[in-house]
Design a protein around this ligand. Structure first.
Ligand code: NAD
Length: 321
């Protein structure tokens, strides 16, 4: 089995690769993994350091928008798991074009290269943000995408291209839509590592607006287990929500982080809200649960472990852009 993991030097993709190569997924102990990554500011080979000497790992520095490189690299792989994307909503507000290039055009080129090479299965890692914002209840996979930020709109465009490559060409494409991930190796621009690294330095944390936005938190290990389940037991052309089940307002999340550092609200700096900031995301995970998904990482334990990781890996985050 040869697996191509695009964006495998980022936060979630590298967790998936480290898990695959360390035997965490039964049946994949002999799998060969190619990581294709552009190594933008968000990706680093340091994320693959624990498995860098594994003979079953190959690394290719390339852009998923580069069709010539894809035509070289993709043939011979049985499975593609596409994590590669521009991922930071704030950056999408100031430079939306990069998000369209990678998330939409890059995904289309990867789908096309997969089709041409006869790749058996293509798994697209998407996001709950494609659904928009929901005040009560949870989205099922039947809900139409109603994205609000350039990031989520570009991810929704990619999802629709995945559907089109399945419907038009019969490619076995599966899409996962997960909630907010947390855990070690997450870039310090994202809220949990941003707050944790600021608090390690004794600096105030920036809280958007009134902090009442609600997010559903999912440990990266549970997310990657869900992805592997979709690889093993999912069906072609289907979408699978992957939720963590732990809903917190940003105020509640901030409170937990402040408590972990033994400091109070004097360490919070209220900043102007993000334009178009979605109030709440919530996915209904019934469909993936029906094929065996169950998140196992307790949020408080996972958060404490992540905080320890950032304390112990200062060299990893201090000099990142
Ligand atoms: P990340 O920003 O940490 O990593 C993205 C990786 O993609 C980096 O290694 C980067 O170098 C690479 N990349 C970017 N552009 C590329 C290109 N043109 N060609 C090749 N590689 C490129 O992101 P992440 O948090 O690990 O997210 C991975 C996937 O999961 C993304 O598709 C994202 O939309 C999705 N997702 C993430 C979250 C979350 O909470 N982090 C939630 C839902 C969905």
């Amino acid at each position: 089995m040869k697996i191509l993991v695009t964006g495998g030097a980022g936060f979630i993709g590298s967790h998936y690769v480290r898990s695959l190569l360390s035997g965490a997924y039964p049946g994949y102990e002999n799998a060969h993994v190619t990581v294709l990554d552009k190594l933008t500011y968000a990706g680093t080979l340091a994320n693959l350091a624990p498995v860098e000497t594994n003979p079953r790992l190959a690394f290719v520095r390339a852009d998923i928008s580069d069709m010539n490189r894809l035509r070289d690299v993709v043939p011979g792989h049985d499975l593609i798991v596409n994590f590669a994307a521009e991922t930071h909503v704030d950056r999408s507000i100031t430079s939306a074009g990069d998000f369209v290039t990678t998330n939409v055009q890059g995904t289309q080129r990867l789908l096309q290269a997969a089709l041409e090479a006869g790749v058996r299965t293509f798994v697209q890692i998407s996001t709950d943000e494609v659904y928009g914002s929901i005040e009560t209840g949870s989205w099922t996979e039947e809900e139409p995408p109603l994205p609000n930020s350039p990031y989520s709109a570009a991810k929704a465009g990619a999802d629709l291209l995945c559907r089109a490559y399945h419907r038009t060409y019969g490619l076995d494409v599966r899409v996962t839509r997960c909630s907010n991930n947390y855990g070690p190796y997450q870039h310090p621009e994202k809220v949990i590592p941003l707050f944790v690294t600021r608090l390690i330095d004794g600096r105030p944390v920036p809280l958007y607006g009134d902090g009442r936005n609600v997010r559903e938190w999912l440990h990266v290990a549970d997310h990657c287990r869900g992805i592997q389940l979709v690889v093993d037991k999912g069906s072609a052309g289907e979408i699978y929500n992957i939720g963590g089940g732990v809903e917190l307002t940003n105020l509640e999340l901030t409170e937990r982080l402040l408590a972990a550092f033994g400091v109070g609200w004097e360490m919070v700096e209220h900043v102007r809200d993000r334009p178009g900031h979605d109030l709440r995301y919530s996915v209904d995970s019934t469909k993936i649960r029906s094929i065996g998904y169950e998140p196992v990482v307790d949020f408080d334990e996972g958060l404490a472990e992540a905080i320890r990781w950032y304390r112990d890996h200062e060299h990893w985050w201090r000099f990142r852009s």
